[in-house]
Design a protein around this ligand. Structure first.
Ligand SMILES: NC(=O)C1=CN([C@@H]2O[C@H](COP(=O)(O)OP(=O)(O)OC[C@H]3O[C@@H](n4cnc5c(N)ncnc54)[C@H](OP(=O)(O)O)[C@@H]3O)[C@@H](O)[C@H]2O)C=CC1
Ligand SMILES: O=C(CO)COP(=O)(O)O
Length: 349
């Protein structure tokens, strides 16, 4: 475990708060930043974040902040834990007030529509050398609700600088929260972002009343789509069989904690997207990522039929049942369609 550090966690939603608890458990001083002044006061008065993680006592070393400059003053590390749509704006604000280089960690799962940038790319575009010493992505199968109960959880710290991923591994790792390192930043970010699309689809399937066969099909064929796009973008195909690939797909497609699964479930039961998002009151990253992945698939001519079906349901008002019928009546194909071109002819034989 890393010796005592001061760490800023930017974003006091479910995940930022859960990670603040892990860091506090590890003996670090945590500045938990929120853009909501009332929420700051409430967290500091009660030592809890009732809105996002009810009944969870935070370690005494976690303090909430509202002023960004104060939240990052004297810290070694900044953990970005806001939804992907807020990353650019928050990073611009940090760039304005940051006085010395920090280890930058991000834990958000998304891809920016239109620019098609991964979160680490947005941060690299926004933060200068004066602010950023190194960049690490922390991702994996990890619902906040279970992390705060200190149930066993495993994640991956990915960076192209091994010493940076090892620093983050030591910072977060404890008896309940095991951290592996990986150098495949592209694979880790693509797996983490795209699994939310498949979780929406799995929720729709459950909402329609389909069974476990359908869910297994979505997880496996979803993984094939993620691997096809990911390897085209430069990821190591092996990453998709790890924690941030199949691991996160399983947890998000099968857990009632998943906001993406729950949103999909409501869609499958007949609610429309606006109603669903209003009911959730928390981020459903898969909606925005569907847009980005659909655009990327077209740009790189990668076959992604599940992503395409979800895009039709979310943005073209196609009935979910009709979208499933279309998926099932696609032209017959090889199970390793697309991947064979990348991994070699031998798989076909
Ligand atoms: N929850 C989980 O278990 C996990 C989540 N993640 C990822 O972490 C990221 C954050 O998710 P999560 O914490 O769950 O989301 P939540 O919806 O629980 O919380 C989001 C937080 O970000 C704040 N926020 C929203 N917009 C802005 C903004 N423009 N500026 C500053 N703060 C803002 C919200 O404030 P307000 O309260 O005012 O709305 C809220 O505090 C996502 O990318 C998610 O995929 C990754 C692993 C696990
Ligand atoms: O990323 C997560 C678990 O690993 C959280 O998923 P949801 O955003 O669907 O809740």
């Amino acid at each position: 475990m890393e010796t005592n550090q001061r760490v800023a966690v930017i974003g006091a939603g479910s995940w930022g708060t859960a990670l603040a608890l892990v860091l506090g458990d590890n003996g670090h001083d945590v500045n938990l930043w929120t853009h909501n002044k009332d929420q700051m006061a409430l967290i500091n008065d009660t030592n809890r974040n009732e809105r996002y993680l009810p009944d969870t006592d935070l370690p005494a070393s976690v303090k909430a902040y509202y002023e960004l400059e104060k939240a990052i003053e004297g810290v070694s590390t900044i953990v970005f834990a806001v939804p992907s749509k807020a990353i650019r704006e928050v990073a611009q604000n940090i760039e304005k007030v940051c006085k010395e280089p920090k280890v930058i960690v991000h834990v958000s799962k998304g891809i920016e529509p239109d620019s098609h940038l991964r979160i680490s790319e947005i941060l690299q575009q926004t933060l200068s050398e004066k602010t950023m010493k190194s960049m690490v992505v922390l991702s994996g199968p990890s619902h906040a609700e279970e992390v705060v109960k200190r149930h066993p959880t495993t994640v991956t710290a990915a960076s192209d600088q091994l010493n940076a991923s090892q620093f983050v591994q030591d910072l977060f790792m404890n008896q309940h929260f095991r951290v592996y390192t990986n150098s495949d930043v592209i694979g880790v970010e693509i797996g983490g972002a795209l699994k939310n699309i498949i979780a929406l689809a799995a929720g729709i399937s459950d909402g329609l009343g389909y069974g476990d066969n359908a869910k297994a099909a979505l997880i496996t064929r979803g993984l094939a789509e993620i691997a096809r796009l990911g390897t085209t973008l430069g990821a190591n195909p092996l990453t998709f069989s790890g924690l941030t690939g199949v691991g996160d797909l399983i947890v998000t497609c099968t857990s009632v904690h998943s906001r993406n699964w729950r949103a999909g479930n409501m869609l499958g039961k007949g609610k429309n997207l606006d109603e669903v998002l209003e009911t959730m009151g928390m981020v459903v990253e898969g909606v925005r990522t569907t847009k980005a992945a659909y655009q990327l698939a077209r740009k790189h001519k990668v076959s992604m039929p599940i992503v395409q079906a979800l895009h039709c349901i979310l943005f073209d008002d196609v009935d979910p049942k009709e979208a499933v019928d279309q998926l099932m009546s696609r032209m017959k194909t090889h199970e390793m369609e697309g991947l064979v071109d990348i991994l070699g002819e031998q798989i076909r034989n």
